[in-house]
Design a protein around this ligand. Structure first.
Ligand code: CP3
Length: 356
């Protein structure tokens, strides 16, 4: 565990320190676009079992690192492990998505929710973190993660993925105090869970707020951002003598970037709708930025991919503070060759922006 980190590009960039080239990783880098991932999932039987089997979770975490010179590993797990550990019963149905057998229907359901003990109820995640750290042997840092309370609550109340978020929005406007009770409970559970990941060996933390962007501006502040801020305040920001950077990603954050930068996070994740140059001029002194190529670019060809990478690098401009990523997760239809073209293009084309 004490193995010295060899590739410090990601961590240095998150703290705005000079690097030789722009670090890159991909959201959902271990996933269905890789045939070896599909083979391991087959071996596990199903997705939930894959998440719950530390050996196999470690195996799929390492798969993209064996193919590409990525600057980080991300724990293979899911944001929905917490509601599952609260007793909601997670299943993943092919071409439908995640569903819960016991979604939340009432105030009584919320009052009865347990707070999962990370080392006990979610011990399989902590075991996976420890195994992955051993396997990485200091090659690149390991990113741990969790969903934001708002994003977790959407799945817990809707019972799965949703198009209009009808049930949770009804609760938000009709019984806001009930929703606050759930979000507070989730913020505490997520803080405990992330701190346990840090103790187990996670070296960077990302909070995924996939559905924050469906809220109005005041509702985003009250029901999503406030709880992420609470988590950031409760996180261990230093462990075993190393500082732990925190990345906050709200998809669809549009005009809220300055408020996100003010939460105390170290970096803000951007979706592809944002202009990274403009965002840098607003908050670039305060936080690092992560993103933000449209994942759909990877459907095209090497030339187009390199051009799009070049445009984003140029738009961000000279110096540190940019972690290259996609603006959302890589999709199952991508040719793994194109993912390789993307990663190599970031390294090669970014050198000119780091002349030190
Ligand atoms: O990034 C990584 O490689 C780490 C692994 C990871 C997964 N899910 C694996 C996964 C991470 C970081 C997540 C986070 C997650 N899970 C989010 C937030 C990030 C985002 O994409 O916005 C959300 C909303 C979920 C919930 C979830 N899990 C959904 C909606 C789905 C089904 C839809 C989909 O994209 O397939 C999942 C399943 C899931 N989680 C898969 C993977 C690789 C696909 C499972 C499979 O069929 O093998």
């Amino acid at each position: 565990m004490s193995s010295k980190l060899k590739n410090t590009r990601l961590i240095r960039t998150l703290f705005g320190e000079a690097v030789d080239m722009t670090p890159v990783w991909m959201m959902r880098q271990a996933g269905r676009y890789l045939p070896e991932y599909r083979a391991t999932r087959e071996k596990a039987g199903d997705f939930v079992t894959l998440c719950q089997t530390p050996d196999l979770a470690c195996e799929v975490t390492m798969q993209p690192l064996k193919r590409y010179p990525l600057d980080a590993a991300i724990l293979f797990s899911d944001i929905l492990t917490i509601p599952d550990a609260m007793g909601l019963g997670l299943e993943l149905i092919e071409s439908v998505g995640p569903i819960f057998d016991n979604p939340i229907k009432s105030l009584a359901d919320i009052k009865n929710l347990p707070t999962p003990d990370p080392e006990d109820d979610l011990g399989y995640v902590m075991d996976a973190v420890r195994l992955i750290r051993k396997e990485l042997d200091g090659s690149v840092p390991l990113i741990g993660f969790a969903g934001s309370p708002w994003t977790l609550a959407t799945y817990m109340i809707e019972g799965g993925s949703s198009k209009d978020f009808g049930k949770i929005k009804k609760m938000l406007y009709q019984e806001p105090n009930t929703l606050h009770l759930l979000l507070k409970h989730l913020a505490d559970a997520v803080s405990l869970y992330l701190n346990a990941q840090i103790s187990a060996g996670a070296q960077v933390i990302q909070i995924f707020d996939t559905w924050g962007g469906v809220l109005s501006t005041p509702a985003y502040h009250e029901f999503s951002l406030a709880y992420m801020k609470q988590i950031i305040n409760q996180l261990k920001r230093e462990y075993a003598g190393e500082k732990i950077p925190v990345i906050l990603f709200t998809k669809g954050a549009g005009c809220w970037i300055e408020d996100i930068a003010n939460t105390g996070c170290d970096a803000v994740g951007l979706d592809w709708m944002q202009d990274i140059g403009q965002v840098r001029s607003k908050v670039g002194e305060q936080v690092a930025l992560q993103g933000n190529m449209d994942p759909a670019v990877l459907k095209s060809n090497p030339e187009t991919i390199r051009n799009e990478v070049a445009l984003i690098l140029e738009n961000f401009g000279q110096g540190s503070g940019h972690v290259f990523n996609l603006g959302h997760g890589i999709t199952p239809d991508i040719d793994p060759e194109n993912a390789g073209v993307f990663i190599n293009a970031v390294h090669e084309l970014s050198k000119q922006y780091h002349n030190n």
